[in-house]
Design a protein around this ligand. Structure first.
Ligand SMILES: C[S@@+](CC[C@H](N)C(=O)[O-])C[C@H]1O[C@@H](n2cnc3c(N)ncnc32)[C@H](O)[C@@H]1O
Length: 259
């Protein structure tokens, strides 16, 4: 017991030192990256959510992912896109709903990899002030985009852009009709709660919901997800994604045949 106590104190000290290093270190150098890595590892180690087994390639040899230069801060990572595609295939998805289009790159990547899927994606119109409070980090990634990356491409025929505030948007036409809901709009507690409720209304019983930004840097997302009593959630290693699986997928997960 004493050893465990010391271990915990030791881990706390390392975490505290890492925080100090992050504040003191000039931008970019090795020390600052090391400190971030330690804090990320501490966040993961303290997470109550189990990990999904790593997504398989679902029998495919090729995956279309954004070119590294095309990925903007705020876009989904390449590992995250791969996971979304694998989940869409696991649900045999026909319809995906994304909350938070941003520059449209993830919607494009999903449409390119999933040629039979229709994607509905929602973002704020340029001048609308969101009704609920935003998280600090949201101000950086509010899309005021005049155009989206999928525009002018053949995949655009299967992408429907909706403009509105998710706090006021009428999700009822999508009730129980969506195979995969991707929640990646604003990240305040109020918005994550609002968008999570919308996601559960839209998702089919055997579908899946994915939340982005499960991270120490976006504290309202883990706080809200940890508080969803009785809702089985899994995180996905090497990404910031958390996943809820509907009945059939959950049974396959337990049987080891999810992917
Ligand atoms: C992190 S970006 C989304 C990134 C994108 N899903 C991807 O994978 O590349 C968050 C997006 O949510 C949008 N957003 C923020 N608040 C919103 C709201 N209340 N309703 C709808 N969209 C919102 C922002 O304008 C921004 O484009």
């Amino acid at each position: 017991m004493v050893v465990a106590g010391r271990g915990r104190r030791g881990a706390r000290t390392v975490r505290d030192l890492a925080r100090v290093a992050l504040v003191r270190a000039p931008r970019g150098p090795l020390l600052s990256r090391l400190a971030s890595g330690i804090l990320d590892a501490a966040f993961e180690a303290s997470s109550p959510l189990p990990c999904l087994p790593p997504p398989a390639s679902a029998g495919r040899d090729l995956l279309v992912v954004p070119a590294p230069g095309a990925v903007a801060p705020g876009n989904q990572s390449i590992e995250g896109v791969a996971c979304l595609v694998a989940l869409a295939e696991a649900t045999r998805a026909e319809r995906i709903f994304e909350i938070g289009t941003y520059n449209g790159l993830t919607a494009l990547a999903l449409a390119a990899n999933l040629p039979h899927v229709r994607i509905d994606t929602l973002d704020l119109p340029p001048d609308l002030v969101p009704e609920l409070p935003l998280a600090e980090s949201d101000e950086l990634h509010l899309s005021r985009a005049a155009s989206r990356r999928y525009e002018g491409r053949p995949e655009a025929d299967r992408i429907t852009q909706h403009l509105g505030d998710s706090a006021r948007f009428d999700f009822s036409p999508f009730a129980g009709a969506i195979d995969l809901v991707y929640v990646d709009g604003a990240h305040s507690r109020e918005y994550v709660e609002n968008d999570t409720n919308a996601a559960f209304r839209m998702v089919k019983p055997d579908g899946a919901i994915v939340w982005d930004d499960y991270s120490r840097l976006v504290p309202d997302v883990p706080a809200l997800l940890h508080g969803l009593a009785g809702v089985p959630l899994h995180r996905v290693r090497s990404t910031r994604l958390v996943v809820w699986l509907g009945g059939e997928l959950r049974r396959r997960l337990q049987a080891g045949t999810l992917w």
